[in-house]
Structures are given as structure tokens and as C-alpha cells.
Design a protein around this ligand. Sequence first.
Ligand code: SAM
Length: 287
Amino acid sequence: MEKLTSPRVIETLLKKYDIHFNKRFGQNFLTDENIVNKIANAGEIDAGDLVLEIGPGIGTMTQVLSEHARKVVTVEIDKKLIPVLNETLKDCKNVEIVQGDILKTNVREILGDDIETMPFKIIANLPYYITTPIIMGFLESDLPIESMTFLIQKEVGERLCGEPGTKAYGSLSIVAQFYADIKIDFNVPSHVFIPKPKVDSIVVTLKKLATPRIQCDNKKLFLSIVKASFLNRRKTLINGLTMNTHFDKEVLLQVLEECGIAPGIRGEMLTGKDFANISNHLNKYTA
Ligand code: SAM
């Protein structure tokens, strides 16, 4: 059979199964074999690895992952694509196809005992409409993830790597950098997709740290403080925290003074360490 990256093959398969590209599911299929191989290489998959793929589409990247990994579990939301995947992946004996929404899937359950015994990596050309919840969900999960390699919007890639004081910096930057080392792998032009996405794309790899980068006493409080500080970007830190947390303004002012942080500053000027410091001081006021 011809390569699944061939636009002619993609169109023939979709016609055969009476499928149309579904915008609602963020379907932009890769048509460049070189890019598919580069993503798999960026994921540094070893022969003993267990790989979770999100959104296989017609199975283009799944075939390549299957050649490199010990086992691939791939989760596709679109029921209409399952018969296509059964055809394109029929010779890939180490691939398991799961139909479902990745945001509602119990990943530990579908991976079973293999997750305890095999190094675990995640690779995906992500559906762009849910990039952030997927990345946040896996970062905050307790799954033993070694690394995640994602093809995503360039703008989200920049936010993941954002530095304090820049436009790209926000809660996603702080949370991602709290849990992982992040590396931009390479840019991906829009002409290698069918249909072409309207935004620029990039491949990033997040290597999950064994323990979070910053020491904080109450992780849940730290994450809620970070998110509260960026909900209204134009507000000062004290106003953001007063509006978006249950702490009294007096308590917040007291804590900011203890931390040596000016209440009138904007959240985007603070580092992850500053937020950890605030949450460690606030922790004594939680019941
Ligand atoms: N991997 C294929 C490729 O590179 O050509 C397709 C990538 S396409 C950008 C995203 C895929 O994710 C589509 O197949 C889409 O149906 C699927 N998808 C969208 N939302 C999903 C969800 N919530 N859970 C699982 N798969 C989803």
C-alpha cells in the first residue's frame, strides 16, 4: 500500500469510509513522511517503550510509532475513523486502538499493568482545540510519564517556554516549568497538513521531572494561586488574588509583605519561586 502521508491515499480512504474532515475534532492530517519521522525521533522512543498516542487520525504516525516502540495504545474520539484504523493498522500487532475522548479516558486503566513495567512516553499531533487541557492534565497527573512530544500551535509552544515579563508568560508557563524540562524541537509549516491549519505549528518535548522543580508545601494551593494571579492579566497581584481566591485581603497583604513582594505588581513579573513562596506563607492560613 502507498504511504498514508500521500494526500491521494488519505482522500481515497476517507471516500471509501464516507468520512469528511471534522473541524469539531481538530482534524488536520500530516502529509509529510519526513515530519512524521522527525516527530517520532524527537520522542526518542526505545524498543522497550510503551507509547500513548492521542488522536491517530488514519494511523499515519501510529504506523511509525509501532515500528519503534514495544507497544502503542492510541486513543481516537471519532468513531468513524475506527474502521479506517482497523484497516491501516492491521499489520501493526503491537498497536491497541481505543475509541474515546482522551479528556474522559482513564489512561491508567487502558494501559493496564504495562505502565508499571515499561518506560512510558506520550506522542501526538494534538487536536488544537484542546491542547492546553491535555497538556495540563498529563502534567498534573500522577502517571509515571517520562516524556511527552507534541505537535501543537506555535503560540502554545511559546507559552510553555514563556519567561517572566514576556507576553507569552502565564499560568501555563509556570505550571509546565514546575513539572517539566521543556524543549522546542522544530517548526512545522502549515502546508504539510490536510486541511491546512490557520495557525503556525511547532513540535515540543516535555521531560517530566522526578520531583517538581520548586519546593512547595501545598501543591494544590500553589497551582490555585498561580491560576488566580493570571485570570485577569491586567489586574495587580493583590486584586487578582483577592478576586480569585477565598483569602481575605488583609491576609494576602500580610503574606505579600512577609515575602517582600509589592502588592501592586502584576503576576506576570513573578517567577515560579515567588509563587511558591507566597503559597508556602499562605499555607498556614488554610484550615
Ligand atoms: N495523528 C493524525 C495525523 O498526524 O495525521 C491526526 C492528527 S489530528 C491533528 C487530531 C486527531 O485527534 C484527529 O484524528 C481527531 O479526530 C482526534 N481527536 C480530537 N479530539 C480528540 C479527543 N478529545 N480525544 C481523542 N482524540 C481526539
